[in-house]
Design a protein around this ligand. Structure first.
Ligand code: ACO
Length: 401
């Protein structure tokens, strides 16, 4: 759009692309995504291979630093994380200020932001070493905040976990250990969570990641940028869809399980109902993560001996959608969130915590994108607009309005 022709501007050329459907915001070497063919790779490695073979911490290292770690590099990373895993006791007072009913995403975003007050050195990152230290602090403290968020909601005392365990196993123990219980991490649960976290770890310039990059571009600091990313992820059109999917499936079940009725609603343009967990801005083919998660849902539920009728409803909806011209024509396939909630549920994670689990998985991706943006010294993010308001007019006194 030629700005000269628009009211009140000074000249220059502007592209107008609401929702950034065709606008790249940066160059990035982290995640490759081909939505037409359903390909997703982190730093060149296929998501399928990483999900089958890697640990979440290895993938975090890969995303943030660019290469798979050697054993020595991985050991150092985890040792550094363990050293930083304490969270200031004063933070508990902030957590106490929330009602139990507060949504965990709001609590997590606030706590992540509050961390800045207790770790001021993590704000100004002028060197790679400063950056590394801020990153370690966050990788260490974030799981503690996640666990606290759940425990607060459940009225459980807060816990710091067990540094003899692996990163993912420790997260489970911090979340679920009851005071009087000798909690043993179930390897089936740990392996399923490991896979889910890897599948969520990065997804190039999605809404929350773009938020992290744009907030970070003002040099607001890593914790503030991540806190903003958490808020962006919360929405039901983004990460909040995993909670919305289970609520939708539950609703369909309680309504008698008539999937056809809901398919009809989803296609009715006068009905705001959407089939949650379907569709994606970039994937116009199967979301490769959804394929892996669907298979994993069958395996995990089988191994844990859980029978969940909503899995059957989900499969029924998927089958109908794949044969329905509305969904086929619009290339609407199940996305990562369609089956993930069913696994989270089988692992004993409450529904309102699903998006928090997504945030836990996405953390390394957000960090990697923030680090890349800072190392490349990207300019402050500042989109333009096309002004459509009034031309200059005279002030009207109150008596004339
Ligand atoms: N159910 C019914 N119709 C849908 C759905 C859906 N889930 N998703 C898209 N459509 C329809 C739209 O109504 C539109 O139809 P039209 O062309 O007749 O107007 C067409 O498909 C294109 O949809 P848009 O909303 O324009 O696509 P956009 O790329 O802007 O949105 C989004 C993508 C937000 C993911 C959308 O598909 C959606 O709302 N899905 C449900 C929520 C969801 O699952 N979000 C999680 C995404 S994955 C993630 O963030 C981790």
């Amino acid at each position: 759009i030629q700005i000269k022709s628009l009211r009140g501007d000074t000249g220059g050329l502007i592209t107008l692309d609401p929702g950034y459907k065709n606008t790249g915001s940066c160059e990035s070497a982290i995640t490759f995504l081909n939505g037409e063919e359903g390909i997703l790779r982190y730093r060149g490695y296929a998501i399928e291979e990483l999900a089958d073979n890697a640990s979440f911490l290895e993938v975090a290292y890969l995303l943030i630093f660019g290469e798979l770690p050697t054993q020595q590099q991985l050991d150092k990373l985890y040792a550094d994380i363990k050293r930083e895993s304490n969270v200031d006791e004063e933070m508990k007072k902030i957590l106490d200020g929330f009602p139990k009913s507060a949504h965990p995403m709001g609590v997590l975003s606030s706590l992540t932001s509050a961390l800045i007050a207790f770790n001021p050195s993590a704000v100004n990152v002028d060197s790679e070493e400063d950056m590394y230290n801020a990153i370690i602090k966050l990788l260490a403290k974030f799981p503690v905040l996640v666990a606290w968020t759940l425990r607060k909601r459940q009225g459980q005392p807060l816990d710091y976990g067990d540094s003899s365990l692996g990163y993912v196993e420790n997260i489970l123990k911090m979340m679920f250990k009851k005071p009087s219980e000798n909690y043993e991490v179930d390897p089936v649960v740990a392996s399923a969570l490991n896979k889910l976290l890897i599948l969520h770890a990065d997804h190039e310039q999605n809404c929350s990641t773009s938020t992290v990059r744009i907030v970070g571009s003002s040099h607001a600091g890593l914790f503030a940028s991540i806190s903003a990313g958490i808020s962006a992820l919360w929405g039901p059109l983004h990460g909040g869809a995993n909670q919305a999917v289970i609520e939708m499936l539950e609703g369909i079940k309680q309504d008698g399980g008539d999937t056809k009725k809901y398919m009809k609603k989803a296609k009715d343009k006068n009905d705001p109902f959407r089939l949650m967990g379907f569709g994606h801005r970039v994937y116009k083919n199967f979301d490769p993560r959804a394929k892996i998660i669907k298979k994993s849902a069958d395996e995990v539920l089988g191994k844990l001996g859980v029978q969940d009728p909503v899995l059957d409803i989900a499969k029924g909806l998927e089958k109908e959608a794949l044969e329905d011209s509305y969904f086929v024509d619009r290339k609407l396939y199940p996305n990562v969130d369609f089956y993930s909630g069913i696994i989270y549920r089988a692992l004993g994670i409450p529904t309102e915590m699903f998006t928090v689990m997504f945030a836990l998985g996405r953390l390394p991706g957000w960090i990697a994108q923030w680090r890349e943006m800072r190392l490349k010294k990207e300019p402050i993010g500042r989109p333009r607009q096309v002004y459509t308001g009034e031309n200059l007019r005279s002030f009207k006194p109150m008596s004339n309005r």
